[in-house]
Design a protein around this ligand. Structure first.
Ligand code: PLP
Length: 393
């Protein structure tokens, strides 16, 4: 059969390999931070109560997802992000990656252009690439998108007769830089995209994990009901990635259109039931605890980078989330470190795959501190520092 496969597929993955000792890739949490007892209790009680409904697809309810979970998403966005949402505007998805796929399918055709942040989520870029969609990067600083640069990009595209299909942005705990876009910039950015008639796809995957400063209102809420912002979020980073539960928020006509292409017969019910029972009483407390441990791990990782890398290597000071983003001097290519790092038992994400312009990203890399404990962070970053020093010696 292999010979009959399409010849334009992405490169096949290798066989599964166990996680190396120092794994700083991906968006994993650590096992100790999963609220196992609470989720187990919630799953059992929800299953006892709603079990017979498993006999029907979507538990016999709306294909938008289990209503108590949609209500929780609304309560959470209202309380934590000053974003009033109605359950009719929420579509539960199988992780927010499915939200990305649905939005891409609904808005993009091959040959289209979107605007992305100059450093952004690699999984979003690979998706655009597969769809034959090109992108233009917009500059970031410590506060996120630089509005003047967005203005420049929008004006330049308009001059070339290109209408970008949307701006894909991660404004709150940006991946990979960890910045939080301040309120005033949010307003300015909305003004700019509005002036050019460009919608926004707001990805708030990490937004429940802001530990410095206040979480600003979402772009969607600041859009004042104009319906120009499609929003997605996830329980992957706040609770557990393996649950595969995310959510989209959009105006009901858009939700109904997205439902027409969500042909999976419904997102898994058991994880929705468990979350809907667990979250209303326990989400806040759990996330507070999780952020406490993430902050400690972040500090350990930043200290280890400072101790084991030369002074000309810059590390971000994220306002939340699970990543730091390192910038090396001109001429360094972090992808050349992948192999020697792997030999030392370390994996990390080289910056090119997380950058609108891979050339710009070459001297950058991303480290995730969500999964390893402090001792592993200290030992792994020290080893990575040795690998880097050997490479420039
Ligand atoms: C910015 C961003 N969006 C979406 C996702 C997808 O997450 P999930 O499908 O687990 O919700 C990730 C995962 O790391 C991410 O970083």
């Amino acid at each position: 059969m292999a010979a009959a496969l399409r010849d334009d597929l992405p490169e096949a993955g290798g066989p599964w390999a166990p996680t190396p000792p120092y794994s700083f890739v991906g968006g994993h949490n650590d096992g100790d931070s999963i609220p196992v007892a609470g989720l187990a209790e919630a799953a059992i009680s929800a299953l006892r109560r709603e079990g017979p409904a498993l006999a029907s697809y979507n538990l016999g309810g709306s294909p938008q997802g289990y209503e108590p979970l949609r209500r929780f998403v609304c309560d959470k966005l209202g309380a934590r992000a000053s974003t009033p949402v109605d359950p009719d505007e929420v579509l539960i998805t199988s992780g927010s990656l499915q939200a990305l796929d649905l939005v891409n399918e609904a808005f993009l055709r091959p040959g289209d252009t979107v605007i992305v942040e100059q450093a952004t989520y690699g999984g979003a870029l690979t998706r655009l690439d597969r769809l034959g969609v090109s992108w233009v990067g917009v500059e970031l600083d410590d506060d996120g998108i630089v509005p003047d640069d967005l203005d420049r990009v929008l004006t330049g595209l308009a001059a070339d007769g290109v209408r970008p299909r949307f701006l894909y942005t991660i404004p709150t705990v940006q991946n990979p830089t960890g910045s939080v876009l301040p309120l005033e910039r949010r307003r300015r950015i909305l003004d700019l995209v509005r002036a050019h008639g460009v919608p926004v796809f707001e990805d708030d995957c990490y937004a429940d994990l802001v530990w410095r400063g206040q979480r600003p209102p979402t772009l969607r809420s600041l859009d004042d009901g104009r319906g120009q912002v499609v929003y997605c979020g996830s329980f992957s980073k706040s609770i557990a990635p393996s649950l595969r539960v995310g959510y989209l928020v959009a105006d009901p006509p858009v939700i109904r259109q997205l439902l027409a292409i969500k042909t999976d017969a419904g997102t898994g019910a058991l994880e929705q039931l468990a979350l809907a029972d667990y979250a209303p009483t326990s989400f806040e407390h759990h996330v507070d605890q999780l952020m406490g441990s993430l902050q400690v791990k972040c500090a350990a990782m930043r200290a280890a980078v400072a101790a084991h890398f030369p002074d000309d290597v810059h590390v971000t000071d994220p306002a939340g989330g699970i990543y730091v983003w390192l910038t090396f001097p001109e001429g360094v290519d972090t992808s050349a470190l992948v192999e020697p790092a792997a030999e030392a038992g370390i994996e990390f994400n080289p910056g090119a795959g997380w950058s609108a312009d891979p050339q710009w990203g070459r001297r950058r890399l991303r480290l995730c501190f969500g999964h390893p404990d402090v001792a592993t962070i200290e030992a792994g970053v020290a080893r990575l520092g040795e690998v880097y020093r050997a490479s420039i010696a």
